[in-house]
Design a protein around this ligand. Sequence first.
Ligand code: NDP
Length: 366
Amino acid sequence: MTEFFASVTPDSLLAATAAFFGFLLVLFLGSRILPGTNLLGVRNADGSQISYRLNGFLLWLILVAVCALGTYKQLFSLGFLHTHFASLLVVVNIFAFTTTVLLYLKARGKKEELRSGPLGVIQDMFFGAELNPSLFGVDLKMFSYRPSLMGLGLLNVSFAVVQYQKYGFISQAMCIYQIFYFLYLCNYFQFEYGMVYTWDIIAEKFGWMLVWGDYVLVPFFYSLPGWYLVDRTEALPTWAIAGLAVLYTTGFILFRGSNEQKHQYKHNPKATIWGKPAETVGGKLLVSGFWGIGRKLNYTGELLMYSAWSLTTGFESVVPYILPLWLLCLFTHRAWRDEQRCAEKYGPLWKEYCARASFRMFPFLY
Ligand code: NDP
């Protein structure tokens, strides 16, 4: 740990600050300026609806193109992110905590959003006070997924760059890891519209939990397996490559398939799912497709994908496996929390739905 933070010098902090805020500014301006389809979000309690400009995919493609060109022409090296990882972690943490306080202060103008009681301020900072804060017309909750996931993508690539600089080639395991992550990120931004119906966007207020999760946890912790891949240079057996591909593809189908089915249904209740009109419980809860088998197969799918990229590191260390283990805890708790909300919202319909789709994430287990 001491060794890890030894790289945090004033010069490194300065460079990390410039890089982080430059990156954030470019993404914010891109989100504000670039064209994209406008999609109305769910109707809020006060009847209002937010219009989201979906230009994340274009922004992501531009970022990928600029980074690829810059690396090819040797204008800059993404290895910078690896070298200054600890300083970036410090800077982004300071940013996340400061933003939490600023968001709280902003929400104080709207007293009806605040919690009362002695712990009200702490809760408002932790869980957030405002549901949909925005800046210059950009919804901050939706925007924050961009620095979060694009930052994760760049940090991941920095591990490949460092491996190349160190060994003069990129290993099979590293290639597979990069391909898996690249597909996941492309897919996320291509189907960015699906975010509009996710629990975070609909129901979670924007406070420390989401801010720190987006800006710190996702890029810095989710890139954990990358550290272990830098020095894992041996070739993988064919059976391991095939196994990883099957695991990842299964996860991908469950994850994207179920999210897409829910999106299609919410957007158009008469949508066709697996060749038949969407079937529902009480006209409100989808029981067609994956949603009729398990109630949270989107979580199961994502967990399989994360397991696949941890498995690329082999079995020399358990540390990369902390990531899927963490997600398992997060998703089991989240599934339980979401179901509390749904049980309250849908009442007897939710019970009926649970009888139809009898498990959440794993048949017979959970
Ligand atoms: P869901 O996409 O499952 O959304 C939950 C909401 O969907 C519920 O609150 C309810 O909202 C609605 N819903 C639930 N069941 C049904 C049904 N049968 N028919 C119709 N609507 C239903 O969960 P999340 O928003 O938590 O997750 C979205 C994605 O994000 C997932 O794929 C997950 O894996 C991913 N994720 C990834 C994380 C990570 O760290 N990598 C962290 C969190 C999520 P309503 O009130 O609208 O009906």
